[in-house]
Design a protein around this ligand. Structure first.
Ligand code: PMP
Length: 420
């Protein structure tokens, strides 16, 4: 499975040449988390094509993709039925003077799919949706304070960006923090907000970068709901990352807790740009009052892709399939780690795996592991949760531990002091 193009010297690769050109015309060569300089050695910056569960970089190296475009690809890259639906809509119109019929149909699909939802509205990015949820909650309650878990990611806008560059304290005024899964701290934060509490914003599970993933406890979910009910505030679940992978009806449905408002994006249109806010009748009027819009928010092609994605996800029980494949991957990786005598931790829902190494505070082992696995055809991530798609079949999953085996050998070499 070794990739032939890796024999090219670094500066001769198409990727290196594109990086050099990009550095001249794109600040830093690439923005944000997609700057491959943040990834382990050898990771490509540029991709040429993708198909099913495989991506190909601009040097022709092919990888089994365990990032799925950082979440959007749920059914596999360029899924035939989704793309056919998108093309059929594109032939009729995409960016028109207003929405197409497909917007109403898609809103009906969301309302039918989600027990908590009485309405839906559409946008483009996850941060559009999380921001709108907060705005609607404030408009509906007439209050200001929002409780947010420390370390949770809700987007890259000034109120929620993990960076401080270019951001003022005023941008984050009225945010109060709690610890995910800590009922006492959540209650204390709600008490501090008092009668000014507009909303509690929580991710579907704890997926902060670089630490073990944590599913919400039943007690925490119930306490979040209760704190909002006691104060007359909105419970907002940020489903942007987990949505459709854990439970089609909503990630907290199994916990018996329903949100008032929910933010969706990433997987809902299988790679087409779309976000959604869903809400209940309590917040319908507030959602009518706030002024939210965007030039491309009515794009009919992404909505047609979303209709096909939701239908296929429902009809083929995608979360169950991903769970089965995720467990298979987890077991394969665990067996190999044991054989190599290396202590790892695999956490979170199997559909969105994360592999962390014990005693690896700077992710040196994780990066060595990923670089070696990449050379043998598996695209992993050392710190961020990964993503499975419905295109990952047993053969693809079983090929991953083979690549991981080279990764563990690289980590063992580090242990012996031979590594970078
Ligand atoms: N919320 C969560 C939980 C996310 O994971 C992300 C994106 N990683 C966002 C919000 C923001 O989404 P976007 O990048 O599409 O704005």
């Amino acid at each position: 499975m070794a990739n032939q193009a890796s024999v090219l010297s670094e500066s001769q690769t198409a990727d290196a040449m594109l990086r050099a050109r990009a550095r001249r015309v794109v600040p830093g060569g690439m923005w944000g988390h997609l700057n491959a300089a943040r990834l382990p050695e050898g990771y490509p910056q540029f991709f040429a094509s993708a198909d099913g569960c495989r991506v190909r970089d601009v040097d022709g190296r092919e990888y089994i993709d365990f990032m799925c475009s950082w979440g959007p690809v749920l059914l596999g890259h360029r899924h035939a039925e989704v793309e056919a639906a998108a093309r059929a809509q594109a032939d009729r119109g995409d960016c028109m003077n207003g929405p197409g019929e497909v917007m109403v149909e898609l809103a009906e699909d969301f309302v039918a799919m989600l027990p908590h939802a009485d309405w839906a509205m559409f946008q483009k990015n996850g941060a559009d949706a999380t921001t709108s949820c907060v705005t609607v909650a404030r408009a509906g309650t007439g209050r200001r304070k929002v409780l947010v878990a420390r370390g949770s990611y809700h987007g890259a806008l000034p109120w929620c960006s993990p960076s401080v560059a270019g951001i003022t304290a005023e941008d984050r005024a009225h945010l109060l923090h709690f610890e995910y899964n800590d009922v006492a701290i959540l209650r204390a934060a709600a008490a501090e907000a008092g009668s000014d509490l507009a909303a509690t914003l929580v991710t579907a599970f704890r997926h902060d970068m670089g630490r073990d993933l944590e599913l919400p406890t039943k007690e925490f979910a119930a306490a979040a709901r209760q704190a909002c009910d006691d104060a007359g505030a909105a419970l907002i679940i940020d489903e942007v990352r987990a949505g459709l992978r854990l439970d089609i009806a909503g990630s907290w449905e199994a916990l018996g807790v329903r949100p008032d408002l929910c933010a969706w994006s990433k997987a809902i249109a299988n790679g087409h740009a779309l976000a959604a806010v869903t809400g209940n009748d309590r917040f319908r009027e507030a959602a009518t009052k706030v002024f939210v819009t965007g030039s491309f928010w009515c794009g009919a092609v992404a909505m047609a892709a979303a209709r096909a994605t939701l239908r296929i996800a429902r009809e083929t029980a995608v979360p169950t399939k991903l769970h089965t494949m995720g467990l298979r991957l987890r077991e394969g990786v665990a067996t190999l780690a044991r054989q190599h005598g290396i202590a790892i931790r695999q956490s979170g829902p199997p559909q969105m795996p994360l592999i962390l190494f014990d005693a690896d505070p700077e992710f040196r082992k994780g990066r060595a592991f990923c670089s070696a696995a990449l050379r043998h055809g598996a695209f992993f991530h050392p710190q961020h949760n990964m993503f499975l798609s419905a295109a990952h079949g047993p053969a693809d999953i079983d090929a991953a531990p083979e690549a991981a085996s080279y990764g563990f050998a690289a980590v063992a070499a580090l242990k012996a002091g031979d590594g970078p």
